[in-house]
Design a protein around this ligand. Structure first.
Ligand code: 4NP
Length: 164
Protein backbone atom coordinates (compact mmCIF):
# COMPACT_ATOMS: atom_id res chain seq x y z
CA UNK A 1 0.00 0.00 0.00
CA UNK A 2 1.49 3.35 -1.06
CA UNK A 3 0.37 6.51 0.72
CA UNK A 4 1.32 10.10 -0.12
CA UNK A 5 0.53 12.97 2.27
CA UNK A 6 0.18 16.40 0.64
CA UNK A 7 0.14 20.01 1.90
CA UNK A 8 1.24 23.35 0.46
CA UNK A 9 4.92 23.73 1.39
CA UNK A 10 5.82 20.14 2.41
CA UNK A 11 7.68 21.46 5.45
CA UNK A 12 4.98 21.43 8.17
CA UNK A 13 1.76 19.42 7.88
CA UNK A 14 2.50 16.66 5.36
CA UNK A 15 5.97 15.84 6.77
CA UNK A 16 4.28 15.63 10.18
CA UNK A 17 1.60 13.29 8.78
CA UNK A 18 4.30 11.14 7.17
CA UNK A 19 6.28 10.97 10.44
CA UNK A 20 3.19 10.23 12.56
CA UNK A 21 2.07 7.47 10.18
CA UNK A 22 5.57 5.92 10.02
CA UNK A 23 5.70 6.01 13.83
CA UNK A 24 2.38 4.13 14.03
CA UNK A 25 3.57 1.57 11.46
CA UNK A 26 6.70 0.93 13.52
CA UNK A 27 4.68 0.57 16.71
CA UNK A 28 2.42 -2.00 15.02
CA UNK A 29 5.23 -3.78 13.11
CA UNK A 30 3.63 -2.95 9.76
CA UNK A 31 6.41 -0.91 8.15
CA UNK A 32 7.20 -3.55 5.49
CA UNK A 33 3.66 -3.35 4.13
CA UNK A 34 3.71 0.36 3.25
CA UNK A 35 5.49 2.95 1.17
CA UNK A 36 4.97 6.36 2.79
CA UNK A 37 5.98 9.76 1.44
CA UNK A 38 4.91 13.41 1.45
CA UNK A 39 4.92 16.26 -1.07
CA UNK A 40 3.81 19.87 -1.45
CA UNK A 41 1.68 21.49 -4.12
CA UNK A 42 4.15 24.43 -4.06
CA UNK A 43 7.88 24.39 -4.84
CA UNK A 44 9.31 27.12 -2.54
CA UNK A 45 10.88 24.76 -0.02
CA UNK A 46 12.05 21.90 -2.28
CA UNK A 47 15.03 20.09 -0.73
CA UNK A 48 14.42 21.45 2.79
CA UNK A 49 13.90 19.36 5.91
CA UNK A 50 10.71 19.84 7.93
CA UNK A 51 10.33 23.23 9.67
CA UNK A 52 12.37 23.28 12.93
CA UNK A 53 9.27 24.09 14.99
CA UNK A 54 7.40 21.11 13.51
CA UNK A 55 10.41 18.85 14.09
CA UNK A 56 10.71 20.01 17.71
CA UNK A 57 6.99 19.49 18.44
CA UNK A 58 7.15 15.99 16.90
CA UNK A 59 10.34 15.13 18.81
CA UNK A 60 8.62 15.95 22.11
CA UNK A 61 6.22 13.09 21.22
CA UNK A 62 9.06 10.76 20.22
CA UNK A 63 8.30 11.16 16.51
CA UNK A 64 11.04 11.63 13.90
CA UNK A 65 10.29 13.53 10.67
CA UNK A 66 12.58 12.17 7.91
CA UNK A 67 11.14 14.26 5.05
CA UNK A 68 12.94 16.45 2.52
CA UNK A 69 10.50 18.70 0.70
CA UNK A 70 9.52 17.92 -2.85
CA UNK A 71 6.73 19.06 -5.16
CA UNK A 72 3.97 16.64 -6.16
CA UNK A 73 4.21 15.36 -9.75
CA UNK A 74 1.69 13.83 -12.15
CA UNK A 75 3.33 10.43 -11.81
CA UNK A 76 2.61 10.41 -8.06
CA UNK A 77 -1.04 9.97 -9.00
CA UNK A 78 -0.11 6.83 -10.94
CA UNK A 79 2.30 5.43 -8.37
CA UNK A 80 0.49 5.97 -5.06
CA UNK A 81 -2.71 4.19 -4.00
CA UNK A 82 -3.92 6.89 -1.64
CA UNK A 83 -3.18 10.64 -1.66
CA UNK A 84 -4.25 12.44 1.51
CA UNK A 85 -4.55 16.22 1.48
CA UNK A 86 -4.39 18.54 4.49
CA UNK A 87 -6.79 21.32 3.42
CA UNK A 88 -9.35 22.24 0.77
CA UNK A 89 -6.83 24.16 -1.28
CA UNK A 90 -4.46 21.16 -1.46
CA UNK A 91 -7.42 18.91 -2.30
CA UNK A 92 -8.41 21.20 -5.21
CA UNK A 93 -4.82 21.38 -6.47
CA UNK A 94 -4.38 17.59 -6.41
CA UNK A 95 -7.77 17.03 -8.08
CA UNK A 96 -6.67 19.48 -10.79
CA UNK A 97 -3.48 17.49 -11.32
CA UNK A 98 -5.54 14.30 -11.54
CA UNK A 99 -7.72 15.87 -14.25
CA UNK A 100 -4.54 16.67 -16.19
CA UNK A 101 -3.28 13.10 -15.80
CA UNK A 102 -6.63 11.65 -16.96
CA UNK A 103 -7.09 7.88 -16.76
CA UNK A 104 -3.48 7.41 -15.64
CA UNK A 105 -4.34 9.00 -12.27
CA UNK A 106 -5.42 5.88 -10.40
CA UNK A 107 -4.77 7.16 -6.85
CA UNK A 108 -7.68 7.70 -4.52
CA UNK A 109 -7.59 11.34 -3.35
CA UNK A 110 -9.10 12.13 0.06
CA UNK A 111 -8.91 14.81 2.74
CA UNK A 112 -6.77 13.57 5.65
CA UNK A 113 -9.38 14.53 8.22
CA UNK A 114 -12.08 12.52 6.44
CA UNK A 115 -10.61 9.66 8.50
CA UNK A 116 -10.95 11.50 11.80
CA UNK A 117 -13.67 10.22 14.08
CA UNK A 118 -13.26 12.83 16.79
CA UNK A 119 -12.47 16.13 15.15
CA UNK A 120 -15.16 18.51 13.96
CA UNK A 121 -12.48 20.20 11.86
CA UNK A 122 -12.32 19.27 8.19
CA UNK A 123 -8.93 20.85 7.43
CA UNK A 124 -5.52 20.63 9.11
CA UNK A 125 -4.74 24.34 9.69
CA UNK A 126 -1.48 25.75 8.33
CA UNK A 127 0.73 26.42 11.39
CA UNK A 128 3.52 28.22 9.48
CA UNK A 129 2.74 31.82 10.51
CA UNK A 130 1.40 31.04 13.98
CA UNK A 131 2.81 30.18 17.41
CA UNK A 132 4.00 26.94 18.95
CA UNK A 133 0.52 25.79 19.93
CA UNK A 134 -0.41 25.51 16.24
CA UNK A 135 2.21 22.81 15.69
CA UNK A 136 0.93 20.79 18.63
CA UNK A 137 -2.63 21.14 17.37
CA UNK A 138 -1.54 19.82 13.95
CA UNK A 139 0.04 16.80 15.65
CA UNK A 140 -3.09 16.17 17.77
CA UNK A 141 -5.24 16.14 14.63
CA UNK A 142 -2.79 13.96 12.69
CA UNK A 143 -2.20 11.41 15.45
CA UNK A 144 -5.93 10.78 15.74
CA UNK A 145 -6.65 10.74 11.99
CA UNK A 146 -3.60 8.57 11.15
CA UNK A 147 -4.62 6.10 13.85
CA UNK A 148 -8.13 5.90 12.39
CA UNK A 149 -6.71 5.54 8.87
CA UNK A 150 -4.47 2.65 9.88
CA UNK A 151 -7.32 0.98 11.81
CA UNK A 152 -9.53 1.21 8.73
CA UNK A 153 -6.84 -0.16 6.41
CA UNK A 154 -6.06 -3.00 8.84
CA UNK A 155 -9.75 -3.92 9.22
CA UNK A 156 -10.23 -3.90 5.46
CA UNK A 157 -7.12 -6.03 5.07
CA UNK A 158 -8.36 -8.59 7.59
CA UNK A 159 -11.78 -8.68 5.95
CA UNK A 160 -10.31 -9.32 2.51
CA UNK A 161 -7.34 -11.43 3.67
CA UNK A 162 -5.12 -9.16 1.61
CA UNK A 163 -1.62 -7.84 2.00
CA UNK A 164 -2.71 -4.24 2.69
P1 4NP B 1 2.82 23.41 5.06
O1 4NP B 1 3.03 24.90 5.63
O2 4NP B 1 1.96 23.57 3.81
O3 4NP B 1 2.10 22.72 6.15
O4 4NP B 1 4.19 22.89 4.76
C1 4NP B 1 3.53 25.96 4.87
C2 4NP B 1 4.87 26.19 4.84
C3 4NP B 1 5.36 27.25 4.13
C4 4NP B 1 4.51 28.08 3.44
C5 4NP B 1 3.16 27.83 3.46
C6 4NP B 1 2.67 26.77 4.18
N1 4NP B 1 5.03 29.20 2.71
O5 4NP B 1 4.22 29.95 2.18
O6 4NP B 1 6.24 29.35 2.63
Amino acid sequence: MRILFVCLGNICRSPAAEGVFLHLLNQRGLQDHFVVDSAGTGSWHVGNPADRRMQAAAKRRGIHLPSRARQIELKDLEEFDLVLTMDNENFGAVKGLAREAGVRATAEIRPMLSYSQRSSETEVPDPYYGGEAGFDHVLDLLEEACGALLDELSEHDQATNGQL
